[in-house]
Design a protein around this ligand. Structure first.
Ligand code: SAM
Length: 227
């Protein structure tokens, strides 16, 4: 998502992402007043830093597995949100039905299917009934970085998770549980739809790059979702 090393463009990217998230929430009638909001996989908090101004009456929280990033955010952004470290497996450190909104930018773009399922179920637990989840995927606008064999795999299964990629999306040096994933829209509808009502899937919705998926936890417990 961010491949430069200067702090100005890193922050600018955070601003753009925050704007995309706020616009998507507004488009679906979410009024950002007095809500509890979780940035799950917040890294060092660049999105929270930019969102805080637009959500002054909301309570923001951030969580990530990267203890160093969380230590930095806790030191520099503690006036905006409490930050917490989670492990690679659920549960995260919050009770059931806590949040009105959860967003996860560039997380599901890096997890395998089993980990995605685990965290989707966890986010469903953490959201209040009727709460909204925003998550991003690598879709059509990033597909040019998919090798032909990967694309075939993605078209066949709806999802491809690679641990041995090269080139622009290479993430070697990082653990096998954190690599690169591509989804089709149909996969998201069928598979993620088992956890949430898929409200909208905006191709390139994150600044013309990653897709932005807007989901809602059904208000009624046990309500049927996807086919
Ligand atoms: C590409 S970065 C995006 C960070 C942040 N969302 C942003 O846009 O600035 C992905 C983040 O996911 C975090 N991550 C990976 N697996 C995770 C997990 N199971 N739970 C929470 N965070 C995770 C990484 O530590 C990293 O900070």
């Amino acid at each position: 998502m961010h491949r430069a090393f200067d702090s100005a463009s890193y922050r600018e990217n955070g601003r753009v992402i925050a704007r995309c998230l706020v616009e998507a929430l507004h488009a679906h009638g979410v009024v950002l007043k007095h809500l509890k909001v979780l940035d799950f996989a917040c890294g060092p908090g660049r999105v929270i830093a930019e969102l805080a101004g637009a959500t002054a009456s909301c309570t923001l929280h951030g969580s990530d597995i990267d203890a160093q990033a969380i230590a930095w955010a806790s030191q520099h952004l503690s006036s905006l949100a409490p930050f917490s470290t989670n492990t690679t497996s659920a549960p995260a450190n919050y009770p059931d039905d806590t949040f009105d909104v959860i967003y996860s930018v560039s997380l599901f773009t890096h997890l395998d299917e089993a980990a995605q399922d685990e965290w989707l179920a966890e986010m469903r637990r953490l959201l209040k009934p009727g709460g909204v989840l925003l998550a991003t995927t690598h879709g059509r606008f990033t597909i040019d970085s998919c090798a032909p064999a990967e694309c075939l795999h993605q078209q066949r299964d709806g999802i491809v998770y690679q641990t041995d990629r090269k080139g622009r999306f290479k993430v070697d040096g990082l653990p096998d549980f954190y690599q690169t994933t591509f989804h089709t829209m149909d996969y998201v509808r069928r598979h993620w739809g088992r956890y949430f009502a898929i409200v909208e899937h905006v191709e390139g919705g994150l600044n013309g790059h990653q897709d932005l998926v807007v989901m809602r936890r059904p208000a009624l417990a046990g309500a049927a979702l996807a086919d």
